[in-house]
Design a binder for this molecule. Structure first.
Ligand code: GLN
Length: 477
């Protein structure tokens, strides 16, 4: 076995001391991907030759110099395919430009080299809605890796990537991170430019890192964020060094436990791991405070109105003319649109488009979309009120560990309900992180990872990283 693929920080030390070369990392990655990707299916495609050439030129003085990164297949990397896990774009689109995050990662010396599988257009929670392949959970290959950034999480967890990018519209970074036992960070809305991310729901989407540990998440965020004139929703805010103060601990911090997140519906085995993580942070000096986020019960309904509404509009560009594979021998232009969309989109995407079009249609707009926007404001206010008294909020990421492949495939409602702990953060625009806190034993004896979610106020990334680092130390990860 060549070089063990570990964290960015670990490899960077070896690179800067001259013990290893970027090419050694690529060699190890090739070996790992060739032996593992066939089983796990984390990648849809990769360009290791191109990456090797870039590695030879890597500027090692940069903070991510020589580090190859896996990219969710909905983020544009110039010259590489960007399928969004959809038949519609498969073989029909190569990115003509780099997304802003990609340019920034390149400036920091990183090498984006592979395309990670995902739920089609990021709609889903298991990566099973991908039309282009199955991804399994590296901890138990009979189970899903979570989703929609399941390929990114599985790549990192199976050591087929050192770090990856995902996107989070309703939990799609944090939830697969939790299921695969890696760290996943959803930045605050506006922190990271969305330019070059194929939009799902523009008011909710954020790009974020999936990494082996909390320090790596901070290193990635350092490189990724900042104001971008190409994204009008990116914020003009100073970018702190997120690695500074990471080890300051939680002594004296007040951490909120929302009573609505600890009620019915959590698997007791998951609850036990979360309780232990909470006890760990308490023993590290944090004070736990019970809080209430009273509009939590409306979050799933609100999200599943707003997200499909925005999706139905964003996905109108996939018509076989502007983007996507075109149906053959159309009778006329309408027939071309209709059949291209019929053939290109999978069932979950169609369900969202139909739902979104319905809630936006005249006659229903006020009853659904407008009302959902009002409830969204109430959810945001719940968090603002909570952060008057606490520094961050702790909760589970999901009610249960990774489901078996196929288990919820025909039960979309069941899947939607499992998003309960993650989607409020997107509705409120705040930041959140999932950090591994333990495992539970499945019926077959496999060890299934469980993540602790730490939610911070808008632009509170420094604080949640600090809490996550403290939890990582306490739980021995
Ligand atoms: N599971 C949620 C959905 O299906 C979240 C997806 C996401 O964050 N991209 O919409």
């Amino acid at each position: 076995m060549s070089l063990p693929l570990q964290s960015i920080s670990g490899l960077r030390k070896q690179l800067t001391s001259g013990d290893i070369q970027p090419g050694d990392i690529l060699d190890a990655l090739v070996e790992s991907i060739e032996s593992t990707n066939g089983t796990i299916g984390a990648y849809l495609s990769y360009d290791l030759e191109g990456a090797k050439q870039e590695a030879n030129k890597a500027d090692l003085s940069q903070p991510l110099g020589g580090i190859p990164i896996a990219i969710k297949d909905n983020i544009n990397v110039k010259g590489q395919p960007c399928t969004c896990g959809s038949k519609f774009l498969d073989g029909a689109y190569n990115a003509p430009y780099d997304a802003t995050v990609i340019s920034k990662l390149r400036q920091a010396g990183a090498i984006p080299f592979g395309r990670a599988n995902m739920d089609e257009f990021a709609m889903g929670s298991t990566t099973e809605s991908s039309a282009l392949g199955t991804t399994c959970n590296p901890s138990d290959t009979t189970r899903t890796p979570g989703g929609s950034s399941g390929g990114s999480a599985a790549a990192v967890a199976s050591r087929c990537a050192i770090a990856a990018l995902g996107s989070d519209t309703g939990g799609s970074i944090r939830q697969p991170a939790s299921h695969c036992g890696v760290v996943g960070l959803k930045p605050s809305y506006g922190r990271v430019s969305r330019y070059g991310l194929v939009a799902f729901a523009s008011s909710l989407d954020q790009i974020g890192p999936l990494t082996h540990n909390v320090e790596d998440a901070a290193l990635m965020l350092n490189a990724m964020c900042g104001y971008d004139t190409s994204d009008s929703t990116s914020l003009e805010q100073d970018v702190p060094d997120f690695t500074r103060g990471l080890d300051q601990g939680v002594a004296g911090m007040k951490l909120g436990l929302p009573k609505e997140y600890f009620g019915e519906g959590i698997d007791p085995a998951v609850r036990k791991q979360i309780d232990q993580a909470i006890a760990g942070l308490e023993s590290a000096g944090a004070e736990m405070v019970e809080i209430s986020l009273p509009h939590t019960e409306y979050a799933v309904a609100t999200y599943y109105i707003i997200a499909p509404a925005e999706a139905s509009s964003n996905l109108s560009r996939f018509d076989g003319v502007r983007y996507g594979n075109r149906a053959e021998k159309p009778d006329d232009i309408l027939d071309l649109y209709r059949r291209s969309r019929e053939q290109g989109f999978g069932p979950e995407v169609k369900r969202r488009i139909i739902l979104g079009t319905y809630v936006l249609s005249s006659g229903y707009y006020d009853a659904y979309y407008n009302r959902a926007q009002k409830v969204r404001t109430l959810i945001r206010q719940d968090f603002q009120n909570a952060y008057q008294n606490v520094d961050a909020i702790l909760s589970p990421v999901t009610p249960s560990a990774a489901p078996l492949l196929g288990a919820d495939k025909d039960n979309p409602l069941q899947q939607y309900l499992a998003d309960i702990y993650t989607i409020s953060a997107n509705l409120a625009g705040i930041c959140g992180i999932s950090v591994p806190c333990g495992t539970i034993t499945s019926e077959t004896g496999s060890q299934l990872p469980v993540g602790l979610q730490i939610l911070g106020p808008h632009m509170g990334e420094k604080k949640i990283l600090q809490v996550a680092r403290a939890s990582e130390i306490q739980s021995g990860h």
